[in-house]
Design a protein around this ligand. Structure first.
Ligand SMILES: NC(=O)c1ccc[n+]([C@@H]2O[C@H](COP(=O)([O-])OP(=O)(O)OC[C@H]3O[C@@H](n4cnc5c(N)ncnc54)[C@H](OP(=O)(O)O)[C@@H]3O)[C@@H](O)[C@H]2O)c1
Length: 233
């Protein structure tokens, strides 16, 4: 439970709500008392997230939309138009990928990863940022180690991760509402379930630490903290 002082997260948006990080984040935010607009591509998977939240699931608002498309982004924007300002939005879109070296990579795989790992972040932000509460709010985007260092055989994840960082930097530079913050939460180690870190053979981060850090950043992040690194290189 995040007990840091700061914003009250009354309404929030989670993009990638049906992914590993996203669904834990949704549960953490619901437990924190927020109404969560959970954006995902599958109605069934969103329903499963709601069920796993138990009684808290009553405050989950499912938004079925594929934010890697204009139509999906438009659906999110329309839903938010009818909802009012949100105090935080989180983007947990795109997961790990390994494959051929860049010099052996086919264009179709490249394009698909650009879509899932970068265009979806652009469209999620385009649909959501205008709805951030001007009185105080935060946009928190997740990223990983591949944005900090080149990862061989995960080239598209490194390239899109770097692009995602710059996307946030430009959003921040273009923002004229003083109380709207943008943070990148860069989790530099693999994320594991709670209780699994003790047995891990490499550096890992437990999921509840990821969720707690995201909530703290959203509630009380220093506007000057553009990137927060969680874990150790
Ligand atoms: N898990 C880790 O160990 C770890 C470690 C460090 C950093 N991170 C960061 O955490 C974030 C989330 O990772 P994760 O592990 O939760 O990944 P994940 O379980 O694979 O989930 C990825 C999410 O992205 C969505 N997505 C994928 N392609 C999409 C597309 N074309 N259009 C729209 N949505 C799409 C998925 O939607 P669907 O559910 O509909 O497929 C899913 O919600 C990433 O930024 C990653 O870098 C994760």
């Amino acid at each position: 439970m995040d007990t840091s002082p700061g914003l009250t997260l009354g309404s929030v948006v989670v993009h990638g709500a049906t992914g590993y990080v996203g669904r834990h984040l949704v549960r953490g935010l619901l437990a924190h008392g927020a109404t969560v607009l959970a954006v995902g591509r599958s109605d069934d998977r969103l329903e499963a997230v709601r069920e796993q939240a138990g009684a808290d699931g009553a405050h989950l608002v499912p938004v079925v939309a594929d934010v890697s498309t204009d139509a999906g982004a438009e659906r999110v924007a329309e839903r938010l138009d009818g909802h009012g300002p949100v105090q935080a939005a989180f983007a947990a879109i795109g997961g790990w990928w390994e494959g051929p070296r860049l010099v052996e990579l086919d264009t179709s795989t490249w394009s698909s990863l650009l879509t899932s790992h970068l265009t979806a972040h652009f469209l999620a932000a385009r649909a959501t940022v205008p709805h951030l509460d001007p009185a105080g709010s935060a946009y928190v985007a997740f990223n990983g180690i591949a944005t900090l260092q080149p990862e061989a055989r995960s080239g598209p994840v490194s390239v899109t991760g770097a692009g995602q960082s710059m996307l946030l930097d430009v959003l921040r530079a273009e923002e004229d509402r003083q109380a709207v913050r943008f943070h990148e939460l860069c989790v530099v180690n693999p994320v594991v379930d709670d209780g699994e870190a003790a047995q891990a053979t490499e550096a890992v981060v437990e999921i509840s630490d990821v969720v707690a850090t995201a909530l703290t950043l959203a509630r009380s992040g220093d506007p000057a903290t553009h990137r927060h690194e969680l874990g150790r290189l």
